[in-house]
Design a protein around this ligand. Structure first.
Ligand SMILES: [Zn+2]
Ligand SMILES: [Zn+2]
Length: 326
């Protein structure tokens, strides 16, 4: 049954011992602060265009789903399989979110599942809301931000040469920069063709600010809200060894990831929808891929897996019985 739990159900935790507070991870801090500042240009009317606004809204779903569907369900939890070319395409789209390489993202999320809301959890809000939301990204963690940790928690991902190369090179930065430049150039070309240089500059800049910078920031906060809000606010269907909650607001923003207590109860399931009204659009998209022949081995929920296991056992028992009778 659903149990509304108080946000303070678990006592406050101190920062993990493995955190080095003075050691800022500049490679994360600079883009996070920088792109937030660039996104603020959306407040200046000159940068506005309806196309930019539409690109931002569509982009939140398009790029955000590469994180939810690919980084999270396909790569971290192996909830389904897709062709390699499609998986890598999703990863390239996910890199346009500036949310880390697949190896690091997967390792960190598996680490979170293993230590959820305990001292070693890299981003539990039991330390503080802002810590779970963004703070943990900005300082070095001696336990998780190491090559050993990445290879221990994401060996399957790093075995793929394409993903390993992303760790060894700066291609992930180049991909982000290249897609931002492309947004500007396409906007500039369309604007310049219809109204001259000034129109081209304004239109290109609007696509860049709204379609790339603001969209990046919105996708960040949506992803981060899974780490912060869904471990604090909402109801739980299951008693899990953590503070995960089903949060309808985050579920709406993330098209299904907010049913986080369901997810912590059954992480490998492709579906987070455990009740009919816990709509999980990400799961529907996986099923659509399956229909199109682009996904297979879609992992069903635990109760279905248990039922299938029981059926297989019963069938084996009945076969043995028939054999002895025969
Ligand atoms: Zn969680
Ligand atoms: Zn997960």
């Amino acid at each position: 049954m659903s149990q509304p739990l108080a946000p303070t159900a678990r006592p406050r935790l101190a920062l993990p011992d493995s955190i080095v507070p003075g050691q800022i991870r500049w490679v994360y801090a600079v883009p996070i602060v920088g792109i937030h500042l660039l996104a603020l240009m959306a407040l200046v009317p000159w940068f506005f265009s309806w196309t930019g606004l539409i690109l931002m809204l569509v982009g939140v779903h398009f790029y955000g789903q590469a994180i939810n569907l690919c980084y999270h369900r396909l790569l971290t939890h192996r909830s389904a399989k897709v062709p390699k070319w499609l998986e890598r395409t999703f990863v390239v789209i996910a890199l346009c979110c500036m949310e880390d390489t697949p190896g690091k993202w997967v390792a960190m999320h598996r680490y979170h599942h293993k230590h959820s809301d305990h001292e070693s959890d890299p981003h539990t809000p039991m330390v503080a809301f802002l810590w779970a939301h963004v703070g943990w990204l900005l300082v070095r963690n001696r336990s998780t931000h190491t090559l050993e940790s990445y290879s221990k928690y994401a060996p399957d991902v790093l075995r793929d040469r394409f993903y390993m190369n992303l760790e060894k090179s700066h291609a992930w930065v180049l991909i982000y920069v290249a897609h931002a430049v492309l947004y500007f150039l396409v906007g500039f070309a369309i604007g310049a063709a219809s109204g001259g240089l000034a129109v081209g500059l304004q239109f290109g800049a609007s696509l860049l600010v709204w379609g790339v910078f603001l969209r990046t920031v919105v996708v960040w906060h949506i992803t981060w809200s899974v780490n912060s809000l869904t471990h604090l606010f909402g109801y739980s269907n299951y008693e899990t060894d953590d503070c995960s909650r089903n949060n309808w607001f985050v579920a709406l923003l993330t098209v299904g990831e907010g049913w986080h207590n369901n997810h912590h109860h059954d992480p490998v399931s492709a579906s987070n929808q455990h009740r009919w009204w816990e709509i999980d659009v990400t799961y529907y998209q996986i099923k659509l891929l399956e229909r199109l022949g682009l996904a297979w081995d879609v992992v069903p929920p635990k109760h279905v897996r248990d039922r299938r296991r029981r059926q297989v056992k019963e069938q084996a028992r009945s076969d043995r019985h028939d054999a002895t009778q025969g």
